[in-house]
Write a protein that binds this ligand. Structure first.
Ligand code: F6R
Length: 240
């Protein structure tokens, strides 16, 4: 595991973007695994800038997002489809047919199976992850088996409370999501995990302690051979 500690969120975002740009320069037709949430927003901003400056192209890139809420329309401002369009896809030259997110508008179980089938036909070169305060990656909540493939998950109460900040009320936060499973995530060739902010300091400490167990899903990353973690000082604070 390679640990990079940077001063602040801006540096974390630039460092993450740099790793992605290097990957795309080395392999322009990379398959990228992408995350949503607050943490990678700065990284997407840096990627938009790099694209606008001609430093990187996404024209041969394929993307697979980690997850999507069930039961909200792709045009809903809090859907991850919408998030990806706004934060990245609308601004770059990725081909729409090369972009993949779970489609969770109806028949969630068969949508999860189709997404899993798609993932089985590919190999993700670089998977970007954030981490939930309860240690989830994707929406693999504590207790999820490390053998789990893409599935419909009932979100933990902690996750719904954490994500309430993006909605008008807790009631509006979806109860279910489709997520890549831990097994899918672990099949990526390389993994890049971003951890930012004081509110993730306890989580980062638990992760960096190195104890592996399903009670803390991100701990599975200790079993992967190519993981880079970028933390800002606030997130790293308790792990020193
Ligand atoms: C998002 C995802 C989640 C988030 C995590 C942290 O696609 O899969 O695991 O990365 O919930 O979210 P933020 O960055 O909002 O704290």
């Amino acid at each position: 595991m390679k640990i990079i500690v940077v001063e602040n969120y801006e540096q974390l975002s630039n460092e993450a973007a740099k790793i992605i740009i290097n990957q795309l320069q080395k392999k322009p037709n990379s398959v990228m695994g992408l995350a949503t949430g607050a943490t990678p927003m700065g990284m997407y901003e840096a990627l938009r800038k790099a694209y606008a400056n001609g430093e990187v192209s996404f024209k041969d890139v394929t993307t697979f997002n980690l997850d999507e809420y069930c039961g909200i329309d792709p045009n809903h401002p809090q859907s991850y489809h919408y998030y990806m369009q706004q934060n990245l896809f609308n601004h770059i030259d990725v081909k729409p047919e090369n972009v993949h997110l779970p489609s969770a508008t109806s028949d969630w179980n068969s949508a999860a199976k189709s997404y899993n089938d798609l993932l089985k036909q590919t190999k993700i070169d670089l998977q970007v992850l954030g981490i939930g305060s309860n240690g989830h990656i994707g929406f693999n909540e504590p207790g999820t088996s490390f053998e789990q493939e893409t599935f419909v998950v009932e979100l933990a109460e902690k996750t719904r409370l954490d994500n309430q900040r993006f909605f008008n009320s807790l009631e509006e936060v979806p109860r279910f999501a489709i997520t890549m499973g831990i097994k899918n995530i672990m099949q990526a060739k390389q993994i890049l995990l971003l951890i930012s902010g004081k509110n993730k300091a306890k989580t980062a400490k638990r992760l960096l302690e190195g104890k592996v167990g399903t009670d803390f899903p991100a701990s599975v990353l200790h079993l992967h051979k190519s993981v880079t973690i970028i933390l800002d000082e606030d997130a790293y604070g308790l792990a020193k």
